[in-house]
Design a protein. Structure first.
Length: 328
């Protein structure tokens, strides 16, 4: 028996594959969004005022710190931005930065800067308001940026999304290079960090399916039904919004259902002649997913194992390791 196990003992240990830090995905997204905004104002032709960007960022930072402080004190837990030095503080603000910088160019409020501040507050606040306990931890289920856009567009209908001339300064080959560049960066980001390619593919399938159905029923040209997907706004939506790891499923099968449902919901909302259908579709599907997660959390709460006590057998180390692996 000793001889049989000797080769295994002498064998060199396998080198574990280094896992990518998931925070790098958020860091990359925030950096790209900032660069995109900079070039958008100074080259592409964004029509929003630059002041809108600064109002969005300041509001995002302040509300993120404020809401986190209040929530941490209310739940008697340490604040997420403390205890790790400057880098942890910066990483904490990255999510708010990404939300703020995105809304600064996705929402058009003209000269009313207070509306931009309100949109950011709604987005950051939704992360603390709409959440459910998943595997013992609270997670928000509404996409912050999308939720704020849907609320603002519905309540204050004088607001709008990206003006048609947002890339008016681009001509010829530049009209193809910019969307392609954004799509390739988004594809790389999702391949390396989010593992949400199935969401993208399912969304495309659902979008194409609803376009075919609408074209068949109403006799409209199929090209016209598919044309919106070629715009910059739809590309940003497809690669950077619906693939948010915090508000989209991790399970592969559920990713397909999630992406396809958004595509079909888009067609349904569009059929009702509701403007900005794409944002309302995501709001609808993420809300339904939140209800499902809430129901599952209630079931988990009623099926918790009894605590180890007199006459109960404590879990063995092997079972404990298995449980940890399943949680991961």
């Amino acid at each position: 028996m000793t001889a049989a196990t000797a080769p295994a003992a002498d064998a060199a240990p396998k080198k574990e594959k280094k896992k990518r830090d998931p925070r790098n995905g958020l860091r990359t997204s925030a950096t790209l969004a900032t660069v995109f905004t900079f070039f958008g104002h100074y080259w592409f032709g964004f029509e929003q005022a630059i002041a809108q960007v600064f109002v969005a960022l300041i509001t995002g930072y302040v509300t993120a710190i404020l809401f986190e402080t209040v929530d941490a004190k209310a739940n008697n837990r340490p604040m997420a931005y403390l205890g790790g030095g400057p880098l942890k503080f910066i990483d904490f603000l990255l999510s708010a930065h990404m939300t703020s910088i995105t809304l600064s160019f996705l929402v058009y409020t003209n000269h009313r800067l207070w509306m931009m501040a309100l949109a950011i507050t709604l987005a950051i606040g939704s992360k603390f308001l709409f959440r459910v306990k998943v595997r013992g931890r609270y997670r928000h289920f509404m996409n912050p940026s999308n939720f704020a856009i849907a609320v603002v567009f519905y309540v204050w209908q004088w607001t709008g999304t990206l003006p048609w001339g947002m890339t008016a300064h681009l001509h010829g080959v530049e009209d193809w290079v910019l969307p392609s560049f954004i799509a390739l960066l988004g594809l790389r980001l999702n391949l390396l960090y989010t593992s949400r390619i199935r969401v993208i593919l399912a969304w495309i399938a659902g979008f194409v399916l609803q376009a075919i159905i609408r074209s068949f029923i109403w006799g409209s040209p199929l090209q016209a039904e598919l044309a919106p997907a070629t715009g910059v706004a739809y590309i940003l939506f497809m690669f950077y919004m619906i693939t948010d790891p915090m508000t989209s499923p991790h399970d592969k099968r559920n990713q397909i259902i999630f992406g396809g449902a958004i595509g079909l919901a888009y067609g349904l909302v569009l059929q009702l002649h509701i403007q900005f259908s794409i944002f309302y579709a995501v709001t609808l599907i993420t809300a339904i997913r939140g209800v499902i997660l809430w129901i599952e959390s209630l079931r988990e709460g009623t099926t918790q194992p009894a605590p180890v006590g007199v006459g109960a057998q404590a879990p063995t180390p092997a079972l404990a390791r298995t449980a940890v692996q399943r949680e991961g």
